[in-house]
Design a binder for this molecule. Structure first.
Ligand code: ADP
Length: 197
């Protein structure tokens, strides 16, 4: 079965792509951002703990995020495969994910990196703020999320590149075309994985 990640900066459209790509591979899309937002709106204990981090554009602490993912990946629909969206975002989270999967005798098959220039991300964020009214889409908070991506999540991308499982996709352009490119790139990779560089 297919165990995938999608990683991309805020505003890169990774949530939209995750849904489409997951459907194609017949696995659930698991978005940590969506799970956190859902808990915040229902005012659960997790939501109340996470709200201030989301609103400020900070990462939710690793121990909360790791526990959430660990639970979710044990749900029956995720045992046969998944597409994780927005996790891991720190080196510590990626080590934790390796351990979770190893405990089940599994490993990641491929990691999709969605690439887009910062200027384009900022423009898209403005539009999303108007359409969806996310409380973390103000300009200052967005810039903090983008900065965190460059400072912390790039390291995660490098880890997977070194392991030879990174599939990078150009995230600029028509969303449907990007989905097609991403699916084709992953399928090609899964047929003939590259050796680690
Ligand atoms: P985006 O990538 O557009 O910033 P997400 O929906 O992936 O949006 O995440 C929204 C927020 O949820 C993040 O800014 C952060 O506060 C929190 N979050 C999501 N995933 C993680 C994670 N893996 N680790 C820590 N915080 C996370």
């Amino acid at each position: 079965m297919t165990r995938l990640l999608i990683i991309g900066p805020p505003g890169s459209g990774k949530g939209t792509q995750a849904g489409q790509i997951a459907r194609h591979f017949g696995v659930p899309a698991v978005s940590t951002g969506d799970i956190f937002r859902n808990n915040v709106s229902r005012q659960t204990e997790l939501g109340n703990q996470a709200a201030r981090y989301l609103d400020g554009g900070h990462f939710v602490p690793d121990h909360l995020t790791n526990a959430l993912v660990k639970d979710r990946l044990l749900d029956s629909d995720a045992l046969q495969g998944f597409l994780l969206d927005g996790y891991p975002r720190t080196a510590q989270q990626s080590a934790e994910l390796d351990a979770m999967l190893a405990a089940q005798g599994h490993a990641l098959d491929a990691v999709i990196e969605l690439q887009a220039p910062d200027a384009e991300l900022e423009e898209r964020m403005h539009r999303r703020a108007l359409d969806q009214g996310r409380t973390d889409d103000t300009i200052d908070v967005f810039r903090r999320r983008l900065d965190l991506y460059h400072r912390q999540t790039h390291e995660v991308v490098s880890v997977y590149a070194g392991r030879g499982i990174l599939v990078s996709v150009n995230g600029s352009g028509d969303p449907g075309a990007i989905t097609g490119l991403a699916i084709a790139a992953v399928e090609q990779f899964l047929k003939a994985p590259r050796s680690p560089s």
